[in-house]
Design a protein around this ligand. Structure first.
Ligand code: ADP
Ligand code: MG
Length: 380
């Protein structure tokens, strides 16, 4: 009885979510660092879709604010579990879809952990980038009697609104141009595009990319937190019977740290970096929220990042914004601003404003949910 109603309710809710289009927002909360277990947390409560943050109101009283996402991952969720949720999205690349996956959050919140993994990589620690490519290899191999796939990757960095090649043999110093050609769409013709067919190929390339990235950093100047890195996977599949070609692409983006810097405290290069980051992250937010609200004008041209990804944001493309939260109470200010960014990108999809644009099917499902909820309430 009760369990079945609950189950039905969840199934319908998921169906509504699936019909909701191509922009999804996930939230992941990092665990406390070792030895930090008694630290005060800003996170009051989490469930599958909601995170509640503990704040304080002006008069010092405790207050709570809840944010809703397509999915919330708590601190004990493993890399494998995170990936398994994203697997259908990743696999759609082999069917010719364009996919963008973004890791957003303040420095230290776990973006690189999600996308790449911890510094000392173990099998269980492997991040989305490795798992996604391994999975593409695995599925393309399963389909090899019917479709022949070519998979290749690029790895770019955007730092201070300049695009550089992380797979370049002679370092990352050359600035590259983003071009728009009629037959290739948006591309960076001078960046290395490397064919891959084994997970070990990917591991080797990522090592080159990481080395190139760290060459530009010093201990005091961790450039990786102030640049965006983008691993792009290009897939081309040829149907062995019809000869038809399909193309898909996936961008896996580890964004620059979203923390606001105090303008009174930084000057020179650091200020310039901060302004570039600000500009590109808000440009990204603007693009995604105007896509979500189906606005007729999408402002792609306001940053290098959105220009680079233009073909893969909007239309039939699928976007996953993965926001990361540090649990410490001291991070509360940044946590709230991260959740607000995520909410801005997401609520247009989840909010009531879209009701009249819903298809009849969504409306019907919503009505069913309402009546199931009522049934549930009567049981309680
Ligand atoms: P960012 O890339 O956002 O600056 P990192 O991914 O480097 O943050 O994470 C900061 C630290 O926290 C790293 O030492 C990382 O290994 C650790 N960490 C982050 N997320 C997790 C997680 N889900 N589980 C365990 N450790 C994590
Ligand atoms: Mg990082």
């Amino acid at each position: 009885g009760y369990q079945r109603v609950l189950e039905e309710n969840r199934k319908l809710y998921n169906q509504v979510q699936d019909l909701k289009g191509n922009i999804r927002v996930y939230c992941r909360v990092r665990p406390f660092k070792p030895g930090q277990s008694n630290t005060l947390s800003s996170v009051d409560h989490m469930d599958e879709r909601t995170i509640t943050i503990l704040t304080h109101s002006k008069n010092g009283k405790e207050a709570r604010k809840a944010f809703t996402f397509n999915k919330v991952f708590g601190p004990s969720v493993t890399q494998a579990e995170v990936f398994s949720d994203m697997q259908p999205l990743v696999r759609s690349v082999l069917d010719g879809y364009n996919v963008c996956i973004f890791a957003y959050g303040q420095t230290g919140s776990g973006k690189t952990h999600t996308m790449t993994g911890p510094k000392e990589l173990t099998e269980e620690g492997l991040g989305v980038n490795y798992r996604a490519l391994s999975d593409l290899f695995h599925i393309s191999n399963q389909r090899k009697e019917t479709i022949s796939y070519d998979i290749s990757v690029q790895m770019l960095e955007i730092y201070n609104e300049q695009v550089r090649d992380l797979l370049s043999a002679d370092g990352v110093n050359k600035r590259l141009e983003i071009r728009n050609s009629s037959h290739n769409g948006i591309n960076v013709p001078d960046a290395n595009l490397v064919p891959v067919s084994l997970t070990s190929d990917v591991i080797n390339l990522m090592n080159i990319g990481h080395k190139n990235r760290s060459v530009c950093s010093t201990a005091l100047n961790d450039r990786s937190s102030r640049s965006h890195s983008c691993l792009t996977v290009h897939v081309q599949g040829r149907d062995l019977t019809s000869g038809n070609i399909l193309r898909g692409s996936m961008h896996l983006v580890d964004l620059a740290g979203s923390e606001r810097v105090d303008k009174s405290e930084v000057v020179g290069n650091r200020l310039k970096e901060a302004q570039h980051i600000n500009k590109s992250l808000s440009a990204l937010g603007d693009v995604i929220s105007s896509l979500a609200s189906r606005s007729s004008h999408v402002p792609y041209r306001n940053s290098k990042l959105t220009q680079l990804l233009q073909d893969s944001l909007g239309g039939q493309a699928k976007t996953l914004m993965f926001v990361h939260i540090a649990p410490e109470y001291e991070a509360l200010g940044e946590t709230i601003s991260t959740l607000k960014f995520a909410e801005r990108v997401a609520t247009v999809e989840l909010g009531a404003a879209k009701v009249n644009k819903d298809s009849g099917e969504v409306k019907e499902l919503k009505e069913q949910i309402a009546s199931l909820k009522a049934a549930l309430a009567r049981k309680e």
